[in-house]
Design a protein around this ligand. Sequence first.
Ligand SMILES: [Fe+2]
Length: 155
Amino acid sequence: MTVSEIVVPQVVPLDERLWVPQTQAISFRPLCLNVSAGYWVNALRVRKNGIISRHRHPNAVHGYVLKGRWHYLEHDWVAQEGAYVFEPPGEVHTLVVPDDVEEMITLFQVNGAMQYLDAQGNLTGYDDVFTKIALCRAHFEAVGLGADFVQQFVR
Ligand SMILES: [Fe+2]
């Protein structure tokens, strides 16, 4: 048995309700929430002065910058619009969107989990495909699409 395909005509949606808030400055648009293989694909949007707190990836991450630019505090390169980024397993970083970028959107495939760390490297929280689905369910319910709206992205 195979699972069915997912086709999302517009990765950057016209309907604002499809953006799921993660923090005040950060939201994500789910594309594939793969519970059978333990990864997720999403468009990540960061608006004005956004910082994604220091975290570790136990598995690989692939990114493609759709709009704006960003960098990691821990590296000296900048991910520009159109760039592809591979983050190796074990990578620890803090994502920063500079002041002069109004909006950044990057497509990320995140395998396994994001483990959030404090300055001493202690684990303070995590995200995985299941926490992402829970955020989607709560948000889609709140904006009137219904919690099960997320099911079309789950495999
Ligand atoms: Fe990351």
